[in-house]
Design a protein around this ligand. Structure first.
Ligand code: ZN
Ligand code: ZN
Length: 302
């Protein structure tokens, strides 16, 4: 017997048509608050935003955020310390990270570029981004980051991007990795290759935010390494070294607090692959001298 394909196709075509017509009116919802974004309304502010160098720019159209959310997530343009990411007034400040990075060991990263401080709505957004349901929010925040820092990142003449890796069990439990999404979008914005699988996590570490500042460095020491292909001999390792030697890399993560994790990633990239320059892109810079104070500061934000 012949299956009634034609009516099915017709029905499919009609629902598809209705969906498309609906999308002409409402192209989507805000990635943060789920408000409907009507095409007729101005989705993004029509006024230009002023970038760090005072240049005017308009928010990109593909930012799926409503006006209120964009206003709440809009970063404060401020001069920041290139080592710790904290706001400073263009002067050198007493920076632990700088002392560490300028140390003879110099294996840490060369500079960090945060979008904003880890507080209020940005903090809420980053906490949500740990769930797969908010992958769209990760993408929108990555685009917002690209909007503010594309020029600065291009000046750094980077060669490739590596997201901070996540242990496979953590990833399995969460079902997503926001640094991977962030890195993917930045890769497209800057036209650079992204290597999400270049590094591996050797062991499950304690949550950095549950530890005191001085314990964090020890917690991540030796926890990352380069992921070579299975049974890779010395020839393949030499090939990796040849490819990455003297390259300039952008390491991507969501939050930077002490910088211990990113410094450890830099150390591995420098010692195992011969990378010479490491910049770090993070969505937020968390203050905090120890876990208890951090907790208090975070609570004060509410
Ligand atoms: Zn919204
Ligand atoms: Zn500093």
């Amino acid at each position: 017997m012949k299956t009634p394909l034609l009516p099915l196709r017709l029905a499919g075509g009609i629902t598809d048509g209705i969906r498309r017509a609906w999308e002409l009116v409402v192209p989507g919802t805000c990635h943060f608050c789920d408000a409907l974004l009507f095409r007729s309304a101005e989705r993004v502010p029509a006024l230009p935003e002023y970038l760090e160098d005072g240049e005017e720019a308009y928010f990109p159209e593909d930012l799926r955020l409503c006006r209120e959310c964009l206003e709440a997530l809009r970063p404060e343009i401020a001069h920041r310390c290139r080592f710790c990411g904290a706001k400073n007034k263009g002067r050198l400040h007493d920076c632990e990270q700088a002392k560490y990075s300028l140390d003879v060991r110099h294996l840490g990263y060369d500079r960090v570029i945060p979008l904003d401080d880890y507080r209020l709505r940005l903090r809420e957004a980053i906490l949500r981004m740990k769930l797969p349901r908010y992958d769209g929010l990760s993408a929108s925040l990555a685009r917002l980051y690209g909007f503010y820092h594309e020029k600065q990142l291009r000046h750094l003449r980077l060669d490739f991007i590596v997201p901070v890796p996540m242990h496979r069990l953590t990833r399995m439990a969460r079902g997503t990795s926001s640094p991977d999404i962030f890195a993917g979008i930045l890769g497209k914005t800057l036209g650079l290759p992204v290597f999400p699988g270049l590094l591996r996590v050797n062991r499950l570490t304690k949550l950095q935010r549950s530890l005191k500042m001085e314990e964090r460095e020890a917690n991540v020491a030796g926890c990352f390494s380069v992921r070579y292909p299975f049974l890779a001999g010395s020839a393949i390792r030499e090939e990796f070294w040849r490819i990455f030697k003297n390259r300039r890399v952008l390491v991507v993560d969501d939050v930077l607090t002490t910088g211990a994790t990113c410094a450890e990633v830099s150390r591995v990239l420098r010692t195992e692959l011969g990378v010479t320059y490491v910049a770090v892109a993070v969505l937020a810079k968390a203050r905090g001298r120890n876990a208890a104070e951090n907790q208090k500061e975070e609570e004060d934000d509410w």
